[in-house]
Design a protein around this ligand. Structure first.
Ligand SMILES: *Cc1c(COP(=O)(O)O)cnc(C)c1O
Length: 361
């Protein structure tokens, strides 16, 4: 079976070397490796300020807290994402208000954002779903006109860009995840980038119980609640190695995405994503009224295929408002394997399986 998603870690000999080196220093918790990883990540992707944390979910919660978003506040968000995006709004004590999505790329719809804004709205949370960039110019304009902050959830989109800018460089905040199956894995980990230096101190304390690392712990100091959200040195050391491996992982993934773009462009019953910018293709999305049949057929042929996520507003926890585009998008959605583990010949073969099946529909 060609899998839909796959973990990529450094070769095991390197991995053993990295872990042994950190263990020998005697400091496995947050320390110099974390600060080095932060510097290198920011440099590599061209973001201004940023801090590493223990997960993408922690990064989301921390971003909302840094913006002062909490009880009584609303965040306009997208249902078409992994659940942590929207759970983090609840972690912060605020209310997620689901805007509808664009049918063509599955990302939050600017027009629907406008309709979802109330007096209580404080921020717009944008996901570049599957690694296909959201329409950031329009979204940032709406935010500016309404005095709102923008948070980009780039968990699928490391390396994706829009008008020559990396995603994550548009919002006030952007977050990344380094869990097992994201483009860079540090086993578990996350990252927060932001444009304003003033958030640095708050986030450093928020990720460490509200304390300042290195300060005298016998002196009273906590003024705000903090969490155990720091990254550890072992994850950071793996992350440093992963930054060097990332360009190839991204290039290999994008190569497969482009093969599908070309090979599947002339099908009868299957549509491709009508995307903006340069996607990272963390997921490759297809759309068809026959999505279930196609998914079953691919799985039978040894090609993993699935919808991967359900719209978050379908969960009983969230308000189940009616979102017609989300419903249609989800009904038609198909993800197929796209990544460094898919060989070019496999991508051709998968395309051929899909094209032949399309003719029978
Ligand atoms: C993976 C993911 C997250 C959460 O990241 P973790 O590191 O697993 O906490 C958040 N948002 C999206 C869209 C994700 O896919």
């Amino acid at each position: 079976m060609i899998p839909l998603l796959k973990t990529s870690l450094p070769p095991s000999s390197n991995l053993t070397k990295i872990i042994t080196e950190v263990v020998k220093t005697g400091i496995i918790a947050e320390g110099e490796y974390v600060y080095d990883f932060e510097k290198k990540f920011l440099q590599k992707f061209g973001y201004k300020y940023g801090l590493a944390v223990s997960s993408g979910t922690a990064a989301l919660h921390t971003s909302l807290a840094a913006l002062g978003i909490g009880r009584g506040d609303e965040v306009v968000t997208t249902p078409m994402t992994a659940e942590p995006t929207n759970l983090s709004i609840l972690h912060a004590g605020a209310v997620p208000v689901f805007a509808d999505i664009n049918i063509d790329d599955g990302n939050i719809c600017p027009l629907s954002i406008k309709k979802s804004i109330t007096k209580k709205t404080k921020a717009i949370l944008v996901v570049h779903y599957g690694g296909y960039p959201a329409k950031m110019k329009e979204i940032c304009k709406i935010a500016k006109d309404n005095g709102l902050k923008v948070i980009e959830d780039c968990a699928h989109a490391l390396g994706a860009s829009l008008d020559g800018n990396n995603v994550g460089s548009y919002g006030d905040f952007a977050i990344f995840s380094f869990q097992a199956i994201k483009q860079i894995s540090t086993i578990d980990g996350g990252f927060i980038v932001f444009k304003n230096k003033k958030y640095l101190d708050f986030i450093k304390r928020f990720r460490w119980f509200g304390l300042t690392k290195g300060a005298d712990r016998t002196k009273p100091s906590i003024t705000h609640v903090g969490y155990k959200y720091n990254m550890n040195n072992i994850s950071a050391a793996i992350g440093i190695e992963q930054l060097d491996r990332f360009d190839k992982i991204l290039a290999d993934t994008q190569k497969i995405g482009k093969i599908y773009n070309k090979e599947l462009s002339n099908t009868k019953n299957i549509h491709l994503c009508d995307f903006s910018g340069t996607p990272s293709y963390w997921l490759y999305s297809l759309f068809s009224r026959n999505s279930k049949k196609i998914i079953n057929h691919l799985v039978k042929k040894g090609i993993a295929s699935s919808k991967v996520h359900i719209p978050n507003n379908y969960h009983p926890l969230f308000r189940n408002n009616r979102l017609p585009n989300t419903k249609e998008f989800y009904e038609r959605l198909i993800h197929i394997p796209c990544g460094f583990w898919v060989k070019q010949a496999d991508a051709q073969k998968i395309s051929e399986v899909i094209r032949s099946y399309d003719k029978t529909l």
